[in-house]
Design a protein around this ligand. Structure first.
Ligand SMILES: *Cc1c(COP(=O)(O)O)cnc(C)c1O
Length: 380
């Protein structure tokens, strides 16, 4: 089955009573047993629910994993996998990861005794140097947020294998349509389904996908024990969103490429961060491990914070809002919004400046988007 066909069909057929073509929502906390030994596969919705299961089957198939657990947010997916580790364990992650991941690593799980080294993951020597005998996990986020740096997934999984650590990849920015980390040896993929998988900015959710059954079993255990599952209603929305994932991603990246080109030629723009541009330092790597370049881009405007603020409040279609991956275009300011939980020093270290603007390109007509953003940059 090809990818787009999986998006429409896998997991969806869940109604043997009436043969509805669309997965029913099962809003029940509990399920009736037939006798004290037998039930129909579900007993309690924290542990499992047919609507959530449908979503899990779908995402597992799209990533090519053996199992998936759907969670109520992307952060709860990360919470789930962090519980694979114990005090004293060491994790290496990028110094430019998602702000919420940075926060939960440095202010939550580090307090529980897990140690983190945040390094430039493009620098494989720096990754090797950060290894300790306690290193249990290499955390991959690619492309990174907000500067679209690319991490060489195969190279990182190789380092992990040599040192007996597992690799976990946050695949939120590209979705399995554009990148499948399991094909490069990653052990676990996490998602914020809030973004491209749902794609319509009307639900928050997450997912943990496992490549093999031993880890899948432990993840399933933690998911139930910690109580991280999403509601049947939310699962249903994400399942509906996934059906159009392929065509949406194509439309998203068409607009992103057009905008990146316009911005890179604009005299008031200092730098554009988009892996689809041949000037991106890791354009070739992106081409090798991604099926496309995605629809997130950032740019530094010339001038100061005032110019950035003017652009951020001067557009008609790009709404000033956090988040990404929805059909509508959004713009945001990492300095005070998505990356506010990082210290100013950490932001500078990662390369985020007061002139950096992040764009999530929607599926509107690219001509409208170009005209709108160009007009705002013109007058900045
Ligand atoms: C949004 C996001 C998360 C967190 O997901 P929530 O659904 O907001 O909890 C994690 N990683 C990345 C890369 C994200 O963009």
């Amino acid at each position: 089955m090809q990818f787009e066909t999986k998006c429409v069909h896998v997991g969806v057929d869940k109604d043997s009573n009436y043969n509805s073509c669309i997965t029913p929502i099962y809003p029940t906390s509990t399920f009736r047993w037939i006798d004290v030994q037998t039930n129909k596969g579900f007993d309690y919705t924290r542990s499992g629910n047919p609507t959530r299961r449908a979503l899990e089957e779908s995402i597992a198939a799209l990533e090519g994993g053996v199992d998936c657990r759907a969670t109520c947010t992307g952060m709860s997916a990360i919470t789930c996998v962090m519980h694979l580790f114990k005090p004293g364990d060491h994790i290496i992650a990028g110094n430019d990861i998602y702000g919420g991941s940075y926060r939960i690593f440095t202010n939550v799980f580090s307090h529980l005794g897990i140690k983190f080294s945040l390094v430039n993951m493009r620098d494989l020597a720096a990754v090797r140097k950060a290894l300790t005998p306690e290193t249990k996990c290499l955390w991959i986020e690619t492309p990174s947020n907000p500067l679209l740096n690319i991490v060489d997934i195969a190279a990182i999984t190789q380092i992990a294998r040599e040192s007996g650590a597992i690799t976990i990849a946050d695949n939120t920015f590209l979705s399995p349509y554009l990148q499948r980390p399991f094909e490069f040896g990653v052990d676990i993929v996490v998602h914020s389904t809030t973004k491209y998988l749902n794609g319509h900015s009307d639900v928050v959710g997450g997912a943990v996908v496992s490549r093999e059954s031993a880890l899948a079993e432990r993840v399933g255990y933690l998911h139930n024990a910690l109580g991280l599952g999403c509601s049947p209603f939310d699962a249903w929305l994400v399942l509906r969103g996934i059906k159009t994932l392929g065509p949406r991603m194509e439309a998203h990246q068409r607009g992103a490429m057009a905008l990146a080109k316009m911005l890179s030629e604009h005299p008031k723009v200092e730098r554009v961060y988009y892996p689809g541009l041949t000037t991106h330092p890791q354009h070739e790597l992106a081409k090798r491990q991604q099926k496309g370049f995605g629809a997130m881009l950032s740019f530094d405007v010339k001038g100061s914070r005032a110019q950035a603020e003017k652009i951020l409040t001067g557009t008609r279609y790009f709404q000033l809002a956090e988040s990404l991956g929805g059909v509508e275009s959004l713009m945001e300011y990492p300095e005070t919004m998505s990356h506010a939980s990082m210290t100013a020093d950490a932001r500078r270290e990662a390369g985020i400046s007061e002139r950096t603007i992040r764009v999530s390109v929607g599926i509107e007509n690219p001509d409208d988007l170009i005209a709108d953003l160009k007009a705002a940059v013109d007058v900045a």
